[in-house]
Ligand binder design. Structure first.
Ligand code: PLP
Length: 379
């Protein structure tokens, strides 16, 4: 089955009772048993729920993985992964990471004895020097949030394999339409399905996809034991969003391309970050591992002190000033005070999340309206 068919049919089974075309929302906590232990595969909805299963089969199908797991949020999906490790284990990650992931690692799991090494993984030449016999996982996002750095998944997976380390990829920014980490050698793919997968800014949900049997079993154990599962309604909404993923992504990418062209060379713009631009540091890697370059663009404003940027980000009429990304509507975000405020300022400045940085989640509106809005806002 081709990807554009999989988004609609991948992993789905025909509903037998009434022929419903969409999977029913099984809003139930428990299931009748004929005699003790005799049931139809479902006992209790923390453990299994048919609507959630439909979503879990869908993400497995899209990521070319064997198994899918759904959680109450992207962060609870990452949380389930962290619980695979024990005190003393080491994890290497990027220094340009979603603020919430950084907070989970540094403020919670560090306390339980996990050691995190944050480094620039755009260049893989120094990774091996950071690996010790305690290293258990390399965790990356690509493109990263909010600096839109691109990391070579295949290159990293070769290093992980030769050192017997797991590779986990947060595929939120790319979605399986643009990039398939399992095909490139990753062990775990994670999504904040809140973003492009659900796509309509109406649900918080996290997903994992894995192919290794043993790893899947451990993660299902964590999902059931900790219980951070998503409800049937949210599973349904995410599945509905996924059915138009390919169409939406094409438009996100097309609009982002035109907006990047507009911003490139604009007198008010200083640095511009979008992997589709030839001058982007990892344009070649992006071209190799992604089908297209995505809908996320960041840029800095020339002489953009905090007051100036505050004014600009409040000026938008079509873009909405808000956290989050990946919905049909365009959003503008100021990472330093919004999504990435939980990262200390010295750390932020070091990696480029300066006060003058603005992040755009380019939606699927008419691109002329978006460009006009940007033009009047940045002046
Ligand atoms: C939003 C986001 C997360 C966290 O997901 P939630 O669904 O908000 O818990 C993780 N990684 C990335 C890249 C994100 O954008």
């Amino acid at each position: 089955m081709k990807f554009n068919t999989k988004v609609i049919h991948g992993g789905q089974i025909k509903e037998k009772a009434y022929g419903a075309v969409m999977p029913p929302i099984y809003q139930t906590s428990t299931y009748a048993q004929a005699s003790p232990g005799e049931h139809k595969g479902y006992e209790y909805s923390r453990t299994q729920n048919p609507t959630r299963h439909a979503l879990e089969r869908s993400i497995a199908s899209l990521e070319n993985a064997k198994y899918g797991l759904a959680f109450s949020s992207g962060l609870s999906a990452i949380d389930a992964i962290m619980k695979l490790f024990k005190s003393g284990d080491e994890i290497i990650s990027t220094n340009d990471l979603y603020g919430g992931s950084y907070r989970l690692f540094n403020k919670i799991y560090k306390k339980f004895g996990l050691k995190f090494i944050f480094t620039d993984l755009r260049d893989l030449s120094n990774v091996e020097s950071l690996i010790s016999d305690k290293t258990k996982l390399i965790w990356v996002e690509t493109p990263t949030n909010p600096m839109i750095n691109v990391i070579d998944i295949k290159g990293l997976s070769d290093i992980c394999k030769s050192n017997n380390i797991l590779l986990g990829v947060d595929n939120t920014f790319s979605t399986p339409y643009l990039q398939k980490p399992i095909d490139l050698g990753a062990d775990i793919v994670m999504h904040s399905a809140t973003k492009f997968l659900a796509g309509h800014s109406d649900v918080i949900l996290g997903l994992l996809a894995v192919s290794n049997d043993e790893l899947a079993e451990k993660l299902y154990f964590m999902q059931n034991s900790s219980g951070a599962i998503c409800g049937p309604m949210d599973s349904f909404l995410t599945l509905r969003g996924i059915k138009t993923l390919h169409v939406r992504m094409d438009r996100h990418c097309e609009n982002a391309y035109k907006i990047a062209e507009f911003l490139d060379g604009h007198p008010s713009v200083d640095k511009l970050y979008w992997p589709g631009l030839k001058q982007h540091r990892n344009h070649d890697v992006a071209t190799r591992q992604m089908k297209n370059f995505g809908g996320m663009i960041s840029f800095t404003v020339k002489n953009g002190n905090f007051e100036k940027v505050k004014k600009i980000t409040s000026n938008f009429k079509v873009f909405t000033l808000a956290e989050s990304l990946g919905g049909v509507e365009s959003l503008v975000n100021h990472p330093a005070t919004m999504t990435h405020a939980s990262i200390p300022k010295e750390e932020r400045d070091k990696i480029g999340i300066v006060d003058s940085l603005i992040r755009l989640s380019v939606g699927i509106e008419d691109v002329k309206d978006l460009i006009d809005d940007l033009d009047q806002a940045i002046g």
